[in-house]
Design a protein around this ligand. Structure first.
Ligand SMILES: [Zn+2]
Length: 367
């Protein structure tokens, strides 16, 4: 007689033969049936029990998306009278001030609670003066949005690249063939920019430049001028990434020379990312952000686990364009892919997700 182990491994084939009426294998089949039942009785744990129906799956789902999780980025430009499509980001537009206020209102009506504003000025210069001008594009847009929807959370990107003639995120010094982005000179301008946004109605200012000490400088400036209730969402771990390409078209901010690797982080580093986040929290960041999203989910997870601060992630333009491209080619179902990506980001620790799909997500989740 065969040992139960051998029987178990061979069970399926003779069992099937026996059911077809092969009399010669009847006795064998009894043994196999015994072995089969012996095997299945041992399966106490059957995770599939809770996957049997959609109601059961809903009952035990661990991660839930809500429109409140999403922040919609909006691009407002002094140079457009009417919405201008951004070729590399289907469905995303540069908007006039009037349009951005309407768009913000429409977003709120859909159930979104927050927008993130980027400005494109008419003029750029070497001091990024449009970034902190009282009537700059973001400041004007903020007032327009707040007059239409005072309860909508307005977050502003605080950076200089859109306003600098050379497109870098800070004050630049050129020595021969080399250039340097000056840290301390830059953070002075960033603090002025954040203050002007707060004065125009920003609820949250979001420095995205990656200069050292800018969160502390902004906190100090805001507190000194009576804006101690304006929160800071710092782009704490922002990596020098290939996935920013389409954004630069949207914000008209590509650097005219060099790259941003002397200030944005090396994408190979995670321990450094944790140190960057720790510094920003120490300097007063209320929300910390990881950017981009999908290639950095390990960082996101570690940041959320280690610090327990409200944690944001920016699903960036290249990540958006990648999925859009696949959808256009008929390779992916947009709704399914996007819901899976967003659930993954939330599961990895994101409390807040900045995404160009925020509107569609609010619609899909309302159904
Ligand atoms: Zn920048």
């Amino acid at each position: 007689m065969q040992t139960p182990d051998v029987v178990r491994r061979q069970a399926p084939i003779p069992f099937i033969q026996a059911t077809r009426g092969d009399a010669g294998s009847c006795l064998l089949a009894t043994h196999f049936r015994y072995a089969y039942h012996h095997l299945v009785r041992k399966l106490v744990h059957r995770p599939r029990r809770l996957r049997r129906s959609s109601a059961l799956r809903n009952l035990v789902r661990e991660t839930h998306l809500n429109a409140h999780n999403f922040v919609l980025p909006l691009f407002v430009s002094e140079k457009v009278q009417q919405r201008r499509p951004i070729a590399s980001m289907p469905g995303v537009f540069q908007l006039s001030v009037r349009e951005v206020a309407d768009e913000a209102r429409a977003a709120q009506d859909l159930g979104l609670q927050a927008v993130l504003l980027f400005g494109i000025p008419e003029q750029k210069d070497e001091q990024a003066s449009g970034a902190y001008a009282e009537n700059g594009i973001v400041q004007t847009a903020l007032r327009a949005i707040k007059s239409k929807c005072p309860d909508l959370v307005t977050i502003t990107d605080v950076c200089l690249c859109e306003y600098m003639s050379h497109g870098h995120c800070g004050v630049t010094r050129i020595d021969g063939n080399h250039f340097r982005v000056l840290n301390d000179e830059t953070i002075e301008l960033l603090a002025r920019t954040a203050l002007s946004h707060a004065a125009a109605g920003a609820d949250i200012v979001a420095p995205s430049d990656m200069m050292d000490g800018r969160v502390g400088a902004i906190r100090e400036m805001l507190d000194a001028r009576g804006f101690d209730q304006t929160a800071i969402m710092s782009y704490a771990a922002k990596f020098a990434s290939a996935f920013y390409g389409p954004f630069r078209e949207a914000a008209e901010s590509p650097p005219q020379f060099g790259d941003r690797r002397s200030y944005q982080m090396d994408f190979a580093n995670s321990k450094e990312a944790l140190r960057e986040v720790a510094l920003d929290i120490k300097e007063g960041a209320d929300i910390v952000m990881v950017k981009p999203a999908l290639p950095y989910m390990d960082i996101l997870w570690r940041v959320r686990e280690r610090f327990g601060k409200p944690t944001a992630v920016y699903h960036v333009s290249g990540e958006y364009a990648m999925v859009k491209g696949a959808v256009e080619k008929g390779l992916l179902n947009e709704r399914d892919a996007v819901l899976e990506i967003m659930t993954g980001l939330k599961r990895a620790g994101a409390d807040i997700i900045v995404t160009y799909w925020a509107r569609e997500l609010a619609r899909w989740l309302a159904k």
